[in-house]
Design a binder for this molecule. Structure first.
Ligand SMILES: *Cc1c(COP(=O)(O)O)cnc(C)c1O
Length: 391
């Protein structure tokens, strides 16, 4: 079955619910047992079945089942946000005295979790160059217990050689974790490339409408799932049932939405490449991009997110451009139906690599508006930028 079809069919069983297409949304804390024997039986398998709302409901099971089917792997744990998914899987794989290899281009709150709470727990982090591929073997120490990947890199879109890194870690018995939010399981499946745990910030494209916080981790095997679930249960984390419903609903239209996001982003990227105000467009799906080859080898699609570097101009010119945008909103996150534009400073969150181009760096999320209207908005923005730069 093709992935587009799986998105439509997985995690639902209309025949079990009066023929209703979508699974019901269970609002639950207490679950009643018919007898002492049933209660005792349920407690023998604390991560299976339904016995308390926080541990799981048929609604969380439906979302987790659908995501597992998409990513491959053994089973998923849904969590209240993408960041909760990241912190839970790190805590599940590391303990005091262990060493973590973290990609230098990780989502900044991931970096902060390593530099703060993990460090305080006695877990050491070494940040590594996203482009080092198999050479990561040289950084593995006897106490290294996890290698964390995120590809493309946050803000700067470096594509990692995931199979090479996963193989190097596996050879030494080290767990690999990958944040796969950018590609979603539709365009890249880390587990198929050797990764042990996949993180999804479902807040982004899976939910897809900027209206919910949701995360998940899919574990490759049963042992990994049990460590992960045990940590989520120990921390008391569970995704909200309304958010799970929205995540499941978002999955159904993911293929259609992503195809359109991708097409519009490429249209904008090609238009921006021709603009005199732009030094470089950063988008791994563009031929000529330094990351294009690895992207073509491993990924089956791209999304609406990319970046551009502007020719040096006074800050006031960038401000004039961005403050006046009509369709592009300014705000964090991405993956919703609406376009976003954001000035970012990638160099402030790098330590193993350097980002030397200190020119204005703009991240763009292409939404589902018509590309002609988005181009007109950008064109008017460049007029404001140029007018301000001249004064
Ligand atoms: C947004 C994001 C997260 C965090 O997700 P939240 O749901 O906002 O906590 C993690 N990883 C990546 C790559 C993201 O873009």
């Amino acid at each position: 079955m093709k992935k587009d079809t799986k998105l439509v069919t997985s995690g639902r069983d209309p025949a079990a619910h009066a023929g209703i297409v979508n699974p019901p949304v269970y609002h639950a804390s207490t679950v009643l047992f018919p007898s002492v024997a049933a209660l005792r039986e349920a407690m023998k398998k604390p991560f299976e079945g339904v016995y308390y709302g926080r541990i799981g409901t048929p609604t969380s099971a439906a979302f987790e089942e659908a995501l597992t089917e998409m990513e491959g792997g053994y089973r998923a744990v849904s969590l209240p946000s993408g960041l909760a998914a990241i912190t839970t899987v790190l805590l599940a794989t590391l303990k005091a005295g262990d060493h973590l290899l973290m990609v230098d281009t990780a989502y900044n709150p991931t970096r902060k979790f390593c530099e703060g709470p993990l460090k305080e727990l006695g877990i050491e982090t070494t940040f590594y160059d996203p482009l080092m591929g198999a050479r990561i073997a040289a950084l593995l120490r006897p106490e290294t217990k996890a290698v964390y990947l995120e590809s493309p890199g946050s803000l700067t879109f470096e594509i990692q050689d995931v199979p090479a890194i996963a193989a190097a870690a596996k050879e030494r018995g080290v767990a690999t974790i990958m944040d796969n939010t950018w590609a979603t399981p539709l365009y890249f499946q880390p587990i198929r490339h050797g990764v042990d745990f996949v993180v999804q910030a479902a807040t982004k494209y899976i939910t897809g409408h900027s209206d919910a916080m949701l995360g998940a981790v899919v574990a490759r095997n049963e042992a990994g799932f049990h460590r992960l679930k045990a940590m989520a249960v120990a921390l008391g984390l569970c995704a909200g049932v309304q958010e799970l419903f929205l995540g499941l609903r978002g999955l159904r239209s993911l293929a259609a939405r992503l195809a359109r996001h991708q097409e519009t982003a490429l249209t904008l990227a090609r238009w921006l490449q021709k603009r005199p105000e732009v030094t470089r467009v950063i988008h791994p799906a563009l031929p000529g991009d330094p990351n294009h080859e690895l992207w073509i080898r491993d990924f089956t699609g791209a999304n609406g997110l990319f970046a551009m570097i502007l020719k040096p101009v006074p800050d006031a010119a960038v401000v004039a451009m961005l403050d006046g945008m009509k369709l592009f909103g300014m705000g964090f996150s991405w993956g919703g139906y609406e376009s976003l534009i954001l000035p970012v400073d990638p160099w402030i969150s790098r330590s193993a690599t350097t980002w030397s181009e200190k020119a204005p760096y703009i991240r763009i999320h292409a939404g589902l508006e018509h590309p002609d209207d988005l181009i007109a908005d950008l064109e008017a923005g460049f007029e404001r930028l140029n007018a301000t730069a001249r004064t």
